[in-house]
Design a protein around this ligand. Sequence first.
Ligand code: F6P
Length: 331
Amino acid sequence: MEKINRIGVLTSGGDSPGMNAAVRAVARTAVNSDMECIGIRRGFQGLINSDFVKLDSVSVGHTLSRGGTILYTARSEDFLTEKGRKKAVTTCKMLGLQGIVAIGGDGTFRGALELSRLGIPVVGVPATIDNDIGCTNYTIGFDTACNTAIECIDKLRDTMQSHERCSVVEVMGRNAGFLALYVGIAVGATAVLVPEHPVDFQKDVVERIQDSRLAGNTHFMIVVAEGAGSAVDIGKKIHDSIGMEPRITVLGHIQRGGAPNARDRETATRMGYYAVRAFAEGRGNCIIATQEGSIVEIPIEEALQRKKHLQMDRYRIMEAMQVGRVRHIEE
Ligand code: F6P
């Protein structure tokens, strides 16, 4: 690869806490590696519309602790078309961008792959609260989102306890249950429903509430991953089965906001740094991933093929924390 003098950086797809820390790391590492850094606004749509801002070490100052993304984000329909992608390549050439750092989730990486096939080198940085990217143990924003959900659910528990109620809380995660299961374990949920585990409503919800009640509990917390069903529907079914009137909370986009915590700032900074170093050292078309604490580069195509499975031992651990009837823990 030719020596890189100028790169672009964009954030795409759903935002996540720590994206700004990654943008900052990319801009500062670029400048300190003798490259110019151009911020592309509104994801791939910004490449199509030539919507950019020049970044330097100072302009990315005071962004480390800010949630959201200073570059804005979008899910570009135009980029899904050949015409749109060609326009994006034209913008890269017109701006003299020799590489793009694309920060986001799997949709972002599919876009990155398309761009790389058209001759623009790309390095991906995984950032999504869903933590559902196959090639990496961790995605930027997951820990902060878990903590936000936990803080909200702890507050709910206070009032559920006072009123001796059942709460059904829906958390994000798209088609994956990572957020729900981590959060469910951390709040001591009565039951956690995730898409990766087929839901047996009687066994996984009704009997859990009944057992908990028999053990002396008078309030119950059911955590539902959005991919496993709707909290409203689960609430209705609980009402129809045992006559309780659960209160429903959909945490929604609140989980995506807020200042990134230590893990997300630190991980985003390391990933942003290594993304630029990959370009500086003549590599591209890869995703920066964490594997057992270390940073590795995975070729984009391979990265997109990798699948990540919910660790079912965590599901069993959640089950093992339940009070009431003694159950045999199935391995
Ligand atoms: O991928 C991140 C995520 O927050 C998912 O958890 C959720 O399903 C989706 O984005 C929501 O997307 P939008 O912001 O378009 O409503």
